[in-house]
Ligand binder design. Structure first.
Ligand SMILES: *Cc1c(COP(=O)(O)O)cnc(C)c1O
Length: 483
């Protein structure tokens, strides 16, 4: 399996899965994709139907990572996808399934279900990929006797998944910046209660934007970056995307009796990483009818899929909503889909994303390309705060099921795209516990709390308070990196 950049650099070079695992963008600013998508044969699909999650993950991943010996990869997936790691189920019988499918009911002739992706250690779907990444990093770094220091900024929702994935991993340290005293008590406790010596929580005296600016400043110091082996684990990481392909297969098998059936998926979307994995599953031959992209008020993606216009937003136009993990101004994985939509023409991709940088967007409405989004199964919709409160209330009353705000956006939009006879699977991307305020507003009660989270806020915390100053952050990193 060879990987290429969406912008065409290095055509003719070879990049294996391991080569791109620890990096981010390709050197021309593009994103990596396989030179061609592996196809799944009818025989394979039949055999995969009964596999455990870990063994299904092995089958899917091995099609993308032929440079990792099969026995090593199988050991990695079996170590990652265990009932012990994905233990935060709300119905005790299903932890071994890793991503249980929860049927809600039949609406407009379609079976509506939730695919639970948020039973991992941080109660959000990012654990699905990040836990694998932690094990892949440890494995790859160990083989090449390298170390990596991951630097990131978080407003509370995404940094924790990286920390829980990398805790205790050999060869990896995490330096995570968060705004001091600006996160909820739950978010703060989730991150700062980690006592692992390779996890460094840095509470920056400033706001989230200050944290992000510091990460940029440190990353732009190329000498420091090379010297201290600084890396990131952001959502464009290819291994994260491909790990997410697995649960589309798992969800399909759980929702159908035979491989002749088709299903649709609705995906609460922000950076387009999750639904990009659905697109890849479909390209591999999984019988997916529709991929429904659900956004909140930050509707960059809905605008594209309804009009053909991709227009990134400035910070004044990026809203803070009650589904905050979807509050994005541009969708960082979107370029991967655009590459396929344009028939994999890197010159045109380069031009379009130059237009994004120079003019703030592009318009495919007039070109024949936009008509092809339906051939790829894509449709979309958006949601507001009032919609998600209503969806949370409705699902609770009708199906006795508590959903979080992101899943509620998905459910609202899914209902606009139901087709009789075609099961609709809404990806549950987080548990309600993380978004207690909106749950209380919708239901006048506290969110459900998995047993492992009892008393979390009272645990001792380990963190360092530092000023919003890149130089002092660098000094802190330097003092804590000793090999
Ligand atoms: C990250 C996240 C999303 C958005 O996923 P993308 O891959 O960025 O599209 C949706 N819901 C939750 C809870 C998330 O954490």
């Amino acid at each position: 399996m060879n990987y290429i950049s969406t912008r065409g650099a290095g055509i003719g070079e070879r990049h294996t899965f391991s080569d791109i695992l620890l990096g981010g963008l390709a050197k021309d600013g593009g994103l990596y994709l396989p030179a061609e998508y592996p196809r799944v044969s009818a025989d394979e699909l039949a055999r995969w139907r009964t596999l455990s999650y870990a063994d299904l993950a092995f089958e899917v991943l091995s099609k993308f990572s032929d440079d990792i010996p099969a026995e090593d990869l199988r050991a990695l997936t079996r170590r990652t996808y265990t009932a012990e790691v994905y233990c935060n189920v709300r119905s005790s019988e299903s932890a071994a399934q890793i991503t249980p499918l929860k049927p809600l009911g039949v609406e407009s002739g379609a079976q509506l279900s939730l695919l639970e992706l948020s039973n991992g250690p941080t109660l959000a779907f990012k654990d699905m990929a990040m836990q694998l990444l932690g094990n892949l990093f440890e494995y790859t770094l160990g083989k090449t006797r390298q170390t990596l220091n991951i630097l990131g900024a978080t407003s509370g929702d995404t940094g924790s998944a990286a920390e829980y994935a990398m805790r205790g991993k050999k060869g990896v340290r995490v330096f995570m910046l968060s705004p001091n005293q600006k996160m909820s008590a739950f978010q703060t406790a989730q991150m700062y209660s980690l006592q692992d010596p390779n996890i460094f929580n840095i509470a920056v005296e400033g706001v989230f934007d200050d944290c992000q600016d510091i990460v940029k400043a440190v990353s732009n110091d190329h000498a420091f970056k090379a010297n201290y082996k600084i890396g990131t684990v952001n959502s464009i990481n290819w291994a994260r995307v491909v790990a997410q392909v697995v649960y589309y297969f798992k969800g399909y098998f759980a929702a159908t009796q035979s491989n002749d059936e088709r299903v649709s998926f609705t995906v609460p979307s922000g950076n387009f990483g999750n639904v990009c994995a659905g697109h890849i599953a479909r390209m591999m031959g999984l019988p997916i009818e529709k991929l429904v992209v659900a956004t909140n008020e930050n509707d960059v993606l809905d605008e594209f899929f309804t009009s053909g216009i991709y227009r990134v937003r400035g910070s004044a136009e990026t809203y803070h909503t009650s589904s905050p993990s979807m509050d994005i101004s541009k969708a960082s994985n979107f370029e991967r889909f655009v590459f396929d939509l344009l028939g994999r023409d890197p010159k045109r991709v380069l031009q379009l994303f130059r237009d994004v940088e120079e003019k703030g967007g592009f318009d495919l409405a007039a070109s024949g390309d936009f008509a092809r989004v339906r051939e790829f199964g894509f449709v979309s919709g958006s949601s507001t705060h009032a919609d998600r409160v209503e969806a949370i209330r409705d699902v609770y009353q009708r199906y006795n099921t508590m959903i979080d705000t992101h899943t509620a956006d998905g459910l609202k939009v899914a209902r606009e795209h139901l087709q009789a006879g075609i099961p609709m699977i809404v990806l549950e991307t987080a548990q309600p516990l993380k978004f207690g305020e909106t749950i209380r507003e919708a239901l006048a009660r506290e969110p459900e709390r998995p047993a492992a989270f009892a008393g979390l806020e009272a645990l001792p915390q380990r963190f360092e308070v530092l000023p919003a100053d890149a130089q002092q952050i660098k000094e802190f990193i330097a003092a804590n990196v000793r090999d």
